[in-house]
Structure formats: structure tokens, C-alpha cells
Design a protein around this ligand. Sequence first.
Ligand SMILES: NC(=O)C1=CN([C@@H]2O[C@H](COP(=O)(O)OP(=O)(O)OC[C@H]3O[C@@H](n4cnc5c(N)ncnc54)[C@H](OP(=O)(O)O)[C@@H]3O)[C@@H](O)[C@H]2O)C=CC1
Ligand SMILES: [Fe+3]
Length: 427
Amino acid sequence: MEKNSSNMIHLTADSPNKPETVCIFGTGDFGRSLGHKMLQCGYSIVFGSRKAQTSSLIPKGIEVLSHAEAAKKSNIIIVAIQRDHYNFLSELTEVLHGKVLVDVSNNLKINQYPESNAEYLAQLVPGAKVVKAFNTVSAWALQSGTLDASRQVFVCGDDSKAKEMVMGIVRTLGLTPLDQGSLLAAKEIENYPLQLFPMWKFPIYLSLGLSAFLFFYCLIREVIYPYVYENKNVSFFVVISIPNRICPIVALILLALVYLPGVIAAIIQLQRGTKYSRFPDWLDKWMLCRKQLGLVALAYAFLHVLYTLVIPIRYYVRWKLNSYIISQIQNNRTDPFNYSTGWHSDSYLALGILGFFLFILLGITSLPSVSNNVNWREFRFVQTDPSHELGKAGRGTHKSSKIQTTTVATLLYNHIVNTQAVSHCNV
Ligand SMILES: NC(=O)C1=CN([C@@H]2O[C@H](COP(=O)(O)OP(=O)(O)OC[C@H]3O[C@@H](n4cnc5c(N)ncnc54)[C@H](OP(=O)(O)O)[C@@H]3O)[C@@H](O)[C@H]2O)C=CC1
Ligand SMILES: [Fe+3]
């Protein structure tokens, strides 16, 4: 019941059938899009603008007034104006006293100003209750209704009632509010839209660096060396053979790096004798990108599987097999079946299959949509980490740590080690 009531538009106390009026300052792209969407959702909207005339771009049914007049009509004022133009708001301090001011602004650069835009607004208009919201939703998405990528709206503010009012509006618009706490969180929320996959940078650079190093190593060993010393040209190895050798090695190194910080964290906690002190910054950052490291490792393992599956249809492999058979015929000999090789070959393939299966299981359960559908115990059953046994494992890392990593790593390690003897990677 409680939830339903917050989804409904708040009706004003004086006239129960009249929907709540919301004031929007600024008739720019974002102000108009938000006004239009809110009007569709049943709110009564009034614009506060420097010019009180109506333009054809303003949605029908919305009044455009001066800032002061518009502010008087509503308890919630959404400030859809760039931060650089906030100055004039200090003159409206009296009208805005006690009202909820919603800051939707974004910056052009990360940490552009010393304080967040929302905190700056709170300083300019001391009597108002400032709430940060909507900055992660684009005007275009609001207008076109394509909100798939940005349905989440981060909300923060010092006044919990004001925050709840804004979250009610967010829900009514069909979006999902995420309470981020006090106004101190505004800076992080403002930086959020400017970040480009921050947690993916390290894993991707690392895997590319490792791949490049291993590629040149294999190139020298397997292509250049035979060419120089045996005059054998196998340059086509760079297309499948060498990548198929690189992929499992990078996957296993990355997988080890997923597991390692948890072990280091556990050692640090044991050494300090407490789980309540902060980890060093490098470890914190490392722990925060474990999920991404794991997913990149999974991608490499997946590539290895694909490269391996095409082995039987490769010309080079078929030629090698044929010439081996022909040489047996020419010499009139039959190589006996080797049971131990049979066991060896099947068991390393089986280890690879099982390891890959568990790896996929880990990857799938780390997806938010899946992990939201299992309870904490179920999640722990699939994914665990020694640092969790001891408690706090760095900020927000609980869902990204990998527990069965050890099992997967062991299986894949055995698969790779056995590979040295009977290999699909040696062709
Ligand atoms: N566009 C988007 O997709 C998104 C925008 N935002 C944020 O919303 C805010 C508005 O963005 P957007 O609508 O794109 O910007 P626009 O430039 O389209 O509009 C800004 C509006 O601010 C008002 N304004 C401009 N200068 C002044 C001034 N000197 N004094 C008072 N008011 C002024 C004007 O309204 P008027 O003429 O009515 O006075 C103008 O239309 C920004 O802070 C932006 O960061 C946040 C998320 C997404
Ligand atoms: Fe393999």
C-alpha cells in the first residue's frame, strides 16, 4: 500500500482533485522535455523564464511566468538552467524559502568546480531544500521515450522529506530512483554521466598489454625462429594458432588477478587484526574492478573455445593429418593405439569444458539482473571470496567478488598444463 501511494501523483491539500503543480525554471531543451513528460504523467506544470511569452516549442497547457511568479505557485522547483547562470537565484531567496529546489545540472568536465553544482545552489539559496536528481536522464531520452539505458535516477539531498517528494515524481515518470544519501554525494552523481566505463579501463588495458606481449613472444618463438633457422614459413600461425595460445594464458592470468586481491585483503585484515580499517587505495581500486577483470577473462576463454572448435576444419591441420596417414601407408606401418594418450587427451578436454562451464556460471551470476534474483545465500553458494569470510571487502565490492574462482582456476590451470602434453593449442 505504502509503495502504491508513493507512485501516485500527490494531490494538493486545498483541492483534492487538482494534481500537484510543479515549477520548472528554464525553458531550454531539458526543461521543456521534462515539462512535457510530467504533463503527460498528470502533473500540472508552470515554467519560470526570463521571457514570459509563449513559444511554439512550449508544450500546450503549460503557463510561462516570471521566475518569482512561477515559484509562488509550487513547492517544488526544478532548476533546468546551466550552473553558470544560477546567480539570479540568490535574488529570489525569499520566494524560494522552504521550497524544494531540484538541481538537474551536469558539468562539461569531471570535477570542474571545487564544490558540486547542487551544493553551490544550496549556498546561493540558503533557505531552500536542495535535492540533486535527473542529471543522468537525457532530454532526448525523455522526449523519445527511449529510456532503456538510463532508467535509474540518482537522488541525494539533506532533507529526507524533500528527497521523498522528488523520488515520488521520479517513480511517477516510470523511472527508478536510487537514494544516494546526503548532498555530499552530489559531486559523484554529477561526475557519473561524464565517466566512460571507469571500471573497465584497467582490465581492458591490462588484457591488451598482456596479449601484445604474448603475441610478440609467440611470434618470435614460433614464426621468426623456425623461419631463420629452418627456413620454414609458418607465418599464417598469426591468424589462429598464436591467438589460440594467447587467449587461455591471458584468461588464466586475469582470473588469478580476480582472486588475488581478496587474498591480499584477507592477509591485510589478519595482520591489522581488524576489518574496520580502510584498504590501501590501489587495493580498493583493484577490488572494485574484479567483476570486470573476470568478465574480460571470460571473453578470452570464450575466444579460446571458438578458436579450438575450428581446428578440425583448418587446411593446415587436415594436411598434417593426411600426410601422417600417408607416411604410415608408405612405410607400411600402423602406429599402435596409446591408451595413456587417450586418457590424457580426453581428461584435459573434460577439464576445459567443466572449467569453462563454471566460468560462464560465475559470469552469469555476476550480472545484476541475475544476481538480483537470487538471495544472498544462493549468491554466496556460487561466488565467494576469502575476504568476505573476514568481513568488509572494500567499498561496494560484495557482489563483484568471485568465490568459485579457485575451482575454475584449478580446472583451467590443469587443462592448460595438460595441454603441453596433448595439445589443441599446438596446432
Ligand atoms: N539537455 C540534456 O539532455 C540534459 C540537461 N541537463 C541539465 O539541465 C540544465 C539545462 O540544460 P538544457 O535545457 O540542455 O540547456 P539549454 O541551454 O537548452 O537551456 C537552458 C535554459 O536556461 C535558461 N537560461 C539561460 N541563461 C540564463 C540566465 N542568464 N539566467 C537565467 N536563465 C537562463 C534559459 O531559459 P529561459 O530562456 O526560459 O530563461 C535556457 O533555455 C543544465 O544544467 C544541464 O546540465 C541535465 C541532464 C540532461
Ligand atoms: Fe585449451
